[in-house]
Design a protein around this ligand. Structure first.
Ligand code: UDP
Length: 241
């Protein structure tokens, strides 16, 4: 497959792993996502993944119920590790070599995050999963995704969601919502479209990291996005890049 991209960072939301369930990890979704990842790995792409933790715990939610915010955020980061371990297990069972790197030290189950080691793993064809977010409270896994993508010099961030890209209004509410096949960073700000939090967005803007938002739940989409099928998803482009 020809593609302008070679090294990619895929961001998966924790919430997506819920599937039809009220809590936890849906095994079918996990398998489906792993198959998608395997399909692009088999094509020779260098693949790294950041998984959220929203299906298990979010610090903000804890704080609204009186919990110490920082404590809650650390719990959220541990939640991302549970999801990351589940994804690692699922990929390995499919024969895909993986490495899990954690921003919080827990050496019995994951390597500590070391940038040069991460890129070496990618060069050797291992799927690298970045767990525990940035390792700092008050951040999100979107920010972790942007940060890691910049550090490892990923060619693109693929943000897998449950809608097919960036729309002028919420397509899950407004059936007439229009999709932007490409959109500039400025326009996203002007229209106050929320594709990721501002910290994550600013990091990508400063480094001109392309972002593609697409529907991860449709089988085959991930491969199509990398084949630059422009009918799928929305691409964020940065001025003078
Ligand atoms: N979190 C954090 N620092 C980080 C990344 C995540 O404190 O660098 C915590 C935060 O509480 C967040 C939770 O982990 O709510 C789960 O991550 P996120 O909400 O980004 O997951 P997603 O929405 O992608 O499922």
């Amino acid at each position: 497959m020809t593609s302008n991209y070679h090294r990619i960072l895929l961001k998966l939301s924790g919430e997506a792993l819920l599937g039809e369930q009220g809590h936890g990890i849906d095994g079918d979704i996990l398998t489906q996502y792993s198959e998608e990842i395997k399909s692009i790995h088999d094509e020779g792409f260098e693949v790294s993944v950041v998984v959220g933790g929203g299906n298990i715990f979010r610090g903000v939610k804890g704080a609204t119920e009186g919990m110490d915010r920082v404590q809650g955020d650390y719990m959220g980061m541990l939640a991302t590790m549970i999801n990351s371990m589940a994804l690692q297990d699922s990929l390995e069972r499919m024969g895909v070599q993986t490495r899990l790197m954690s921003a919080i030290r827990m050496e019995e189950i994951a390597e500590p995050y070391i940038r040069r080691r991460a890129t070496r793993h990618l060069e050797k064809g291992r799927v690298v999963i970045f767990g525990a977010g940035t390792g700092n409270p008050y951040f999100t896994t979107d920010t972790a995704a942007s940060l890691r993508a910049i550090e490892i010099e990923a060619d693109v961030i693929l943000k897998g969601t449950r809608v097919d890209g960036i729309f002028d209004s919420d397509p899950e509410i407004n059936p007439d919502a229009e999709k932007f096949p490409t959109i500039t960073g400025e326009e996203i700000l002007d229209r106050q479209l929320e594709i990721m939090d501002l910290t994550a967005f600013t990091l990508c803007r400063e480094n001109k990291t392309p972002i593609i938002v697409f529907d991860m739940n449709k089988v085959g989409n991930l491969k199509k996005v990398l084949a630059e099928d422009t009918s799928i998803g929305s691409k964020v482009v940065w001025e003078d890049s």
